[in-house]
Design a protein around this ligand. Sequence first.
Ligand code: PLP
Length: 454
Amino acid sequence: LEVIASVEPRIAEATRQELADQRGSLKLIASENYASPAVLMTMGTWFSDKYAEGTVGHRFYAGCQNVDTVESLAAEHARELFGAPYAYVQPHSGIDANLVAFWSILANRVESPYLQKLQAKNVNELTEADWESLRHELGNQRLLGMSLDAGGHLTHGFRPNISGKMFHQQQYGTDPATGLLDYDAVAAKAREFKPLILVAGYSAYPRRVDFAKMREIADEVGAVLMVDMAHFAGLVAGKVFTGDENPVPHAHVVTTTTHKSLRGPRGGMVLAQEEFAADVDRGCPMVLGGPLSHVMAAKAVALAEARTTEFQAYAQKVADNAKSLAEGFLSRGAHLVTGGTDNHLVLLDVSSFGLTGRQAESALLDAGVVTNRNSVPADPNGAWYTSGVRLGTPALTTRGFGHDEFDTVAELIVDVLSNTEAGTTKAGEPSKASYVLGDGVADRVTKRSAEMLD
Ligand code: PLP
């Protein structure tokens, strides 16, 4: 930090403060974690200075021999850890990984003479009319993904996202009575809509998914099964999700981030069956520019960590702790979407406290509990204010929290929410954002948290 401070002290100070904030609060954001010092240090090296567009052994820049070592190792670790025939470790983020996957599926599956010319690199042979036909063919493809309010991600066909614009999209939800995925309903929708791509995976669904069933549905309608395991990759790597709950043997293409439960650097990855390997390999230059070599190096380090028995024990604890957290809420009368969890997250419906997700998130933050508001199925408050709060166990499990601590976390959250009232606008109207936190609650909760975080 001294080196940074000698150039821009305010960045050094913000960095110091970030460390203090992350260490001093209850970090319950389900997509966050604490990467190891080895992973963090690997990101701060000279690989950051190197351009390496292309793929291993086939770069558009000279002097990439060390980047080749790094990228090959990261891909090898990924293939071995997940048992995947092919791994592509260049995507800079989860969204990039999904874009690479979408384009690889289009390139592989859309039967277009224009696309074939493009893939054969005879780009100059395409006339303006060809391009128009190509745009039409690519733009007419269909994607079926899980809706945002049921727990899906923006990139699974949500209208405001590019995935909802580049495809004709439809969404499947969850059973209104149970909040659980209804595979018969997904199959019925798939039969009717006949998507090219069936996307499975989630950001806020607190249950496991049967990927063998999803593959059956995809096969029946001739779709490609793409699974986005960004949230639960750590549970797959740690062998908590095995058999039909492990997407890798069942999906044609699997995407992930590397920084959530997997506990690596910020970034993305694509795993694929052989059939899609060559098309995924064209991620750069199709969708991506120069890879972040320093991040690929950190991915290799994180993947090496993830193949240890210590990581497997960690992953099991993440799932066990989520159950403890859920039980802690249920025993105190709180309402959880689907009534519990069997992965790394719980989705707390805060409407029974008379609050919106936004009010709950803000009140919790005042008490040093960092969460994010999240829609619940058929949310009456929409995606901005919401009626839920999403809580995940990966980060605090890394800090060593176990059953008792997570039970206390549930107690503290219920304490905050029971002592928070919905506020009003300046004009005295009911507000979905303002709130009034009871006297002494923040101090009480912060003190108990500090004892646990000590
Ligand atoms: N896919 C899923 C399921 C996610 O939850 C997220 C991030 O929240 C992403 C993709 C996007 O990842 P990134 O933020 O790295 O682009």
